[in-house]
Design a protein around this ligand. Structure first.
Ligand SMILES: Nc1nc2c(ncn2[C@@H]2O[C@H](COP(=O)(O)OP(=O)(O)OP(=O)(O)O)[C@@H](O)[C@H]2O)c(=O)[nH]1
Ligand SMILES: [Mg+2]
Length: 404
């Protein structure tokens, strides 16, 4: 960090009364684990997960695949998921039809109500009775945005832009400032926005990663439902062989949404599961292969090595895969989620993000921080536990719901 920026942040933190410990961690060894443990106190200590990091076995021989026979598609399948779509015309992932539904917008608004209070509620209080906007107002706004999980970098960038707009006399009153803030947040979200398009590759391989309990398996179930509902042939790979019942959890989703699943016994080598899943996907003409992985702390070297091993095995079978490495982050963990984005991006070629548990969280500002600070597209947001609660991320709609 440049000296000038350092002293800027120091001054800023001093001004905000935030100690150095609260500065965004450069090497957040402790920070993320605290958040995760709070989320999933029942999770086993990640240190006990010591995967073999040896070179991948030649999975064909060593895996002794306990390839779970894929259930034959039920004859009276209501959506005929197993017939090859003659001319696949999957619905666009951005789902304009869904977005048009006022009920979903209302639900999104409800999900973001705490975040709305944290950001907009405080901005409204700040602007109450203010006759004119000056640099002091912007300083106070800066404090609000930082403490509302928009991240230091994004907030500083936003405030600098607003200062320029103030100089250009564009912020005459509170309403103009709020409008400008909304526009600038929206612009930053749109900058890296790209919906996930799973067509064009067969199979399209999505590898899902993240720390314990963030919602990986649930997100996979919801994604499988979405793609199967569009007529795609979906195969799930249960490569979380560590947690007891992880494969069962995935299998329940597979049955529920009409997807295939490849699973091995608990404790098996995850890369062997992925090997078999790739073979099966190619042999069966799968459209979308989604790989579930064990929750892993980005600070644990062995686990990150295991993830790389999975990837090596995968690319032997499907050389350009995975086509999407989806990092799942729990929005309710705020700054921890931001640290996870940084470290997973460095270690795992993350190509997209899912922000789960936005419902009921006051830390939804993290969506802006993750996208802007790490230039990562937010592909989906989770606003509840049920299958329809995973939504393609739409920056315009998100910001509208947040500000209303
Ligand atoms: N409220 C809410 N709960 C969610 C959301 N997404 C997932 N969950 C819940 O979060 C909990 C953990 O979800 P899992 O899918 O098991 O998380 P995971 O990342 O696979 O966990 P591990 O496999 O143990 O690492 C479950 O109770 C889910 O129902 C969401 O968007 N909103
Ligand atoms: Mg899981």
């Amino acid at each position: 960090m440049a000296e000038e920026n350092k002293s800027f942040f120091k001054g800023l933190f001093k001004k905000l009364g935030i100690g150095a410990a609260e500065e965004p961690a450069e090497t957040p060894e402790e920070q993320p684990s605290q958040g995760v443990e709070q989320q999933e106190p029942q999770q086993e200590a990640p240190t006990s997960l010591q995967p073999p990091v040896a070179e991948p076995p030649a999975p064909a021989q060593s895996a002794q695949p306990v390839l779970t026979p894929v259930p034959e598609p039920p004859a009276p399948a209501p959506r005929q998921l197993w017939t090859e779509p003659a001319a696949p015309a999957p619905a666009p992932v951005s789902e304009p039809a869904e977005q048009a539904k006022p009920s979903f917008f209302d639900r999104l608004k409800r999900s973001l109500s705490k975040t709305h209070e944290t950001i907009i509620g405080r901005v409204d209080t700040l602007l109450l009775g203010k006759k004119e906007i000056d640099t002091d107002t912007l300083e106070e706004l800066e404090e609000i945005l930082i403490t509302a999980d928009l991240g230091v970098k994004t907030t500083v960038d936003l405030i600098r832009t607003l200062e320029q707009r103030l100089k250009r006399d564009e912020l005459q009153d509170g309403a103009a400032l709020k409008r400008a803030l909304k526009e600038e947040i929206q612009l930053r979200l749109l900058e890296h926005h790209a919906p996930l398009v799973v067509t064009g590759k067969k199979p399209f391989v999505i590898m899902v990663i993240g720390v314990n309990g963030v919602g990986k398996t649930t997100t996979i179930g919801k994604l499988a439902a979405r793609y199967a509902g569009e007529g795609q042939k979906v195969l799930l790979a249960a490569a979380d062989t560590f947690r007891a019942a992880a494969a069962e959890q995935l299998e329940t989703w597979a049955k529920r949404v009409g997807a295939d699943i490849v699973r091995h016994k608990e404790g098996a080598d995850p890369s062997a599961v992925v090997f078999d899943a790739c073979k099966a996907a190619i042999a069966r003409g799968t459209d979308v292969l989604i790989i579930d992985t064990a929750g892993r702390m980005h600070t644990k070297v062995n686990l990150m090595e295991e993830m790389k091993k999975i990837r090596r095995v995968l690319t032997r079978e499907i050389p350009d895969g995975p086509h999407e490495t989806l990092l799942v982050l729990d929005a309710a963990t705020g700054q921890n989620a931001l640290s996870q984005a940084k470290l997973f991006k460095e270690a795992a070629d993350v190509t997209g993000v899912v922000l789960t548990k936005l419902d009921g969280s006051a830390k939804g500002g993290i969506v802006v921080a993750v996208s802007h600070e790490y230039a990562l597209p937010v592909r989906f947001i989770g606003v509840g536990e049920s299958v329809e609660d995973l939504r393609a991320f739409d920056p315009v709609q998100f910001v509208d719901a947040l500000f209303q």
